[in-house]
Design a protein around this ligand. Sequence first.
Ligand SMILES: [Zn+2]
Ligand SMILES: [Zn+2]
Length: 173
Amino acid sequence: MKSQPIRQANQLAVLKAACRKHGLPLTIQRTVILEALADREDHPAADQIYEAVRERLPSISRTTVYRVLETLVRIGLAVKTCTPGSSVRFDPRTERHHHLVCAQCDRVIDVLEPTLDRLVLPRARRAGFEIRDYSVHFRGLCGTCRQEKAGPSPTGTRRKQRGPRQLSGEGTS
Ligand SMILES: [Zn+2]
Ligand SMILES: [Zn+2]
């Protein structure tokens, strides 16, 4: 039973502890932004968090939201996940996990796959590089985009359980 996003009940306590540890005041902005992020599994971009918190904090600026998100990453309550050609996305799930990334709609879906957590790392140290962490991104098309691409089809639903790696060369008869 690991890897649930921080739940409402204890996220305030977690934030309090992290702020104290880093000598930061517990502000309403930090609290509201963490709550907005912790509830989501869709890996929102900073602008999406900005839109979400404006209801509760109408006067908050975009810059503040960006800055607070950076702070949450720095104190270990969120991570950034970067996908090529897309904006930085924020993730409340801070332990190692992996992602399915849709090339069409930029959807990012968590993958919890123990075998991926035990990859043999390259000997990057030879090049003076110290690997501290990693995350695997699988690029492909999500179920929604695949269905849109296939168009309405009476047999289409049969195949929607397929993984995103099977992208082409099948299915349209
Ligand atoms: Zn998609
Ligand atoms: Zn994630």
